[in-house]
Design a protein around this ligand. Structure first.
Ligand code: S3P
Length: 426
């Protein structure tokens, strides 16, 4: 697909429901005892993988147009799947469901697509094994396929996580609900806390003390009648960046989730000099949302790292595009995690983004350096079938001289209507 150069970006842009919250809404609703209506659920391929897996566990999930209805059979109501569960491209599906499968009294086997089969799962298998679960991976790296030999009454543990990961944290929290004592997780830096917020709204007892989270075993969960998913800030990020870097732009994005653990992209764009306004701040189910307004801005390079990174981990490809249009150099430390996402994103950025803006992007094992203000060209770039690389390359091309990308379809993982906003041809 060929993305054409855009002269400006103006008006209101509709973005889809939040991917992280959509996954959790289906999984947690499956553990209550009533029917939950989920509004603004993201019908992206990743969340649909979660739906299919929950159906395999015997949960009743009905998709009715935009809405979905999930009827849980209680915390102990999951059934042994009669086939292998396929998490597709979705790390969130797989890691959260490993935590849910561990305390069941049956066996579950998971697989996934070519990308997910290469991603590290030892980080979630290790704490679950400490809790008493039996989990076997394909090789010593614990890659997929993975079989979980479930066991009731796991042990509550204290676990210090070596990397900040909401997926690993959520897996331990889910297993902790079924454990025979309290579980404590210590994070190196706060990762997204949708699991803690939503499970608390379901009546689970989860307490936070600094970087420690305590999970108490639960007898049952009480699901709300309705969950309204806010729009995904990770999807909004592409338009936040594009509006900032194209002249004469002014964009409004309504009802975006602005949970503090996710708003790093707004904070860093503001540090770079972007004009961003938040209006109509409101709360639903413990989650904050707001309308975001963003205007063309003159950006300058910044240096970030540490606890900022988990707050914008999925937005770094988009942020790298912003940095290429900024004056000066941007240094992003502590992003080694990008090497184990849907693709090696540091490698993808250096190999492909440099085709549009030569000599602009450098990476070490853990850091990304972007030299802003270099000349931009039309280029043919590879997406590595990674949705976030595809979308970042698309906005890069739209703000530069256009771009041709392969595997454009992969955006359906998190943002099926992404290309509606851009000008493109086959
Ligand atoms: C997610 C957590 C993050 C993020 C992913 C979604 C989640 O992964 O990159 O896209 O919904 O919990 P990690 O937990 O590996 O940091």
């Amino acid at each position: 697909m060929k993305i054409l150069k855009l002269n400006n970006l103006r008006g209101e842009i509709k973005i889809p429901g939040d991917k992280s919250i959509s996954h959790r809404s289906v999984i947690f609703s499956s553990l209550g005892n009533s029917t939950v209506e989920i509004e603004n659920f993201l019908h992206g391929a990743d969340c649909l993988s979660t739906v299919e897996c929950m159906k395999s566990f015997g949960v009743d999930v009905k998709i009715d147009g935009e809405k979905i209805f999930v009827t849980g059979n209680g915390l102990s109501g999951l059934r042994e799947p009669d086939n292998i569960l396929d998490a597709g491209n979705s790390g969130t599906t797989l890691r959260l469901l490993l935590g849910l499968a561990a305390p069941q009294n049956f066996v579950t086997t998971f697989t996934g697509d070519g990308s997910l089969r290469q991603r590290p799962m030892g980080r979630v298998i290790k704490p679950l094994t400490e809790m008493g679960a039996s989990i076997v991976g394909r090789n010593e790296n614990k890659n997929l396929p993975i079989t979980v030999i479930g066991r009731k009454n796991l042990r509550g543990i204290t676990y210090e996580m070596p990397v900040a990961s909401a997926q690993v944290k959520s897996a331990i929290i889910l297993a902790g609900l079924y454990a025979d004592g309290m579980t404590t997780i210590i994070e190196p830096a706060p990762s997204r806390d949708h699991t803690e917020k939503m499970l608390s709204a379901f009546g689970a007892r989860i307490e936070k003390f600094g970087n420690a989270i305590k999970i108490y075993p639960a007898e049952n969960l009480t699901a709300p009648e309705k969950i309204i998913v806010s729009n995904d800030i990770s999807s909004a990020a592409y338009w936040v960046v594009l509006a900032a870097i194209i002249k004469n732009s002014a964009v409004t994005i309504k009802n975006v989730g602005v949970n503090q653990t996710r708003t790093g992209i707004l904070d860093v764009m503001k540090m770079m000099g972007a004009t961003i306004e938040l209006e109509n701040l409101r709360e639903s189910g413990g989650e904050l949302s707001a309308d975001i307004k963003i205007f063309s801005s003159n950006l300058r390079g910044v240096e970030i790292g540490g606890s900022m990174i988990p707050r914008l981990i999925d937005e770094i490809p988009a942020l790298a595009v912003a940095a290429a249009f900024a004056e000066g150099t941007t240094i992003i430390h502590d992003v080694g995690e990008l090497r184990v996402k849907e693709s090696d994103r540091l490698n993808a950025i250096v190999n492909e983004f440099n085709k549009i803006s030569p000599r602009s992007f450098e990476a070490t094992q853990t850091d990304l350096i972007i030299h802003g203000g270099q000349e931009k060209f039309f280029a043919e770039c590879k997406t590595y079938a990674d949705h976030r690389i595809a979308m970042a390359l698309s906005i890069f091309g739209a703000a530069a001289e256009g771009v041709e990308i392969d595997n454009a379809d992969c955006v359906k993982i998190s943002y099926p209507n992404f290309f509606e906003v851009l000008k493109w041809e086959k």
